[in-house]
Design a protein. Structure first.
Length: 458
């Protein structure tokens, strides 16, 4: 008798049923780029895809300036800026679309947004309204892309981000909540392979239109990737991945093939402009690899960010300026406990994150970049000791895997830094970071010296 062999159950790979592809402003900023995005999102149809789009490049800046003009009571400037923006969208439509009927459709869709901006000119301006203005960019880019897909006969569904993206009263998003709203929407379209949605925009705890802060479309992409348990979160930009140093400042740089989430988070936070720093945590917590890819060079390897670092040693240098150093000096700190707690509580009270910290027996130096409450913070620190504030500093972060244990690293680092006055050094906080505080006007020089000293590049 032949024994019936039951087929072994296929354990579906939990994450292999959805891919997120996010395209930034420059990737959709010209009609021909948008055509190319349509090609990129349809070339591999083995998985359903959610495409997250930014506003066309320049649009969010323009919307910010409209809001600024209105808040200054300058309606005339706001009006002319709106008309210029509208003209830009009209010429964009003419090159994006071929058929007369799709052009008319797109113009009609854009008209709704420009009518809304026209209404705003006539009513009294407030903060909630400014968020509504900012949301127009992503709403328009996704609609234009959708009309183009339709004209090209590409089946897709437009997902309204305002129906599933949200932040709480502290402006924090929650993956489970987003999932709870997103999944039922996706389930309504079981046979659709391509979804398009807006980056950046969301609803806040009061149900109003809000956003995830400038550059927040990356954050949308990773939150959606976490919510949909995606196989990968692809961030498409106009550079071939994260580079070992700032290409705008140093001559020679190269893309980094692999980074761990921790390394990528440090680099993004400390100034690598390619990725919004908050976009790492959802991917990391839900174990979703992030790929940084280049729209202009789709075959380039880009950067792969996952739980594994890939290699040891120094990987990259990034710098962030606009840093303020706060130094609290007190002999009462000597042998006292509870001193640091009291200092940290002041920063906590004013919701001001601390980036770097170093201590000696009689002083604490720390850095912040959010100066909104600096005066109040200094007033409350004064009773603990002499408090000194130095503005105009830059943090230079040297990031890699186990760099602290890498042979010669520190000696090469300090040798390279010899000409620059270093105000603070933070080393040992994690195995993948050494941070230096230098005057802002020495930042470029520091990046160049380290490029030579650590990578042997000019
Ligand atoms: N359009 C928004 C901005 O320019 C969000 C983004 O592009 O990530 O900040
Ligand atoms: Mg961006």
């Amino acid at each position: 008798m032949v024994k019936a062999v039951s087929p072994s159950p296929i354990t579906p790979f939990k994450n292999a049923f959805m891919k997120i592809m996010k395209f930034g402003g420059t990737s959709v900023g010209k009609p021909e780029r948008m055509h190319q995005v349509a090609q990129l999102v349809t070339r591999d149809e083995s998985e359903p895809r959610i495409v997250v789009l930014s506003a066309l490049s320049g649009t969010t800046n323009t919307l910010v300036s409209i809001g600024d003009a209105l808040s200054n009571g300058d309606r005339e400037t706001a009006r002319t800026t709106i008309s210029k923006l509208e003209a830009h969208y009209h010429s964009f439509i003419d090159s994006l679309l071929q058929k007369q009927e799709s052009r008319e459709k797109a113009r009609g869709l854009m008209a709704e947004h420009f009518e809304f901006l026209g209404v705003i000119l006539r009513i009294s301006f407030n903060d909630a309204l400014s968020k509504d203005i900012l949301a127009q960019g992503e709403l328009m880019s996704t609609k234009l892309f959708s009309v183009y897909l339709e004209e090209s006969g590409i089946r897709h569904e437009l997902l309204p981000a305002l129906e599933f993206m949200s932040i709480d009263a502290y402006e924090e998003p929650h993956v489970e909540e987003i999932r709870g709203r997103l999944m039922p929407i996706l389930d309504r379209h079981p046979d659709v392979g391509l979804f398009v949605t807006q980056g950046y925009i969301c609803r806040n705890a009061r149900g109003e239109v809000d956003n995830l802060k400038r550059g927040g479309s990356d954050y949308t992409a990773s939150l959606v990737a976490a919510a949909a348990e995606a196989s990968v979160c692809e961030i498409w930009t106009d550079i071939d991945g994260m580079h070992n140093n700032d290409p705008r400042i140093v001559g020679k740089t190269f893309p980094i093939e692999r980074l761990s989430f921790d390394e990528a988070a440090e680099l993004a936070y400390f100034g690598a402009k390619i990725l919004h720093p908050a976009s790492i945590w959802p991917a990391q917590r839900y174990g979703i690899p992030v790929r940084l890819l280049n729209t202009m060079e789709p075959e380039a390897k880009g950067t792969w960010i996952s739980g594994e670092a890939g290699s040891k040693g120094v990987k990259a240098i990034a710098a962030k300026d606009g840093i303020v150093e706060v130094r609290i000096k007190s002999s009462r700190m000597l042998l006292a406990y509870g001193f640091l707690r009291k200092i940290f509580e002041v920063f906590e009270k004013y919701r001001t994150p601390i980036d770097m910290i170093t201590t000696s027996e009689v002083a604490v130096s720390l850095t912040i970049d959010n100066v909104a409450n600096l005066d109040a913070i200094v007033r409350e620190l004064q009773p603990f000791g002499d408090t000194e504030v130095t503005r105009g500093q830059a943090i230079v972060a040297i990031v890699g895997n186990e760099i602290a244990q890498t042979k010669d690293m520190l000696s090469r680092l300090f040798q390279a830094m010899e000409p620059v006055p270093v105000r603070m050094v933070s080393y040992g906080g994690s195995a993948h970071n050494v941070s230096l505080l230098v005057p802002e006007d020495r930042k470029a020089e520091t990046l160049r010296l380290l490029n030579k000293g650590l990578f042997g590049l000019d």
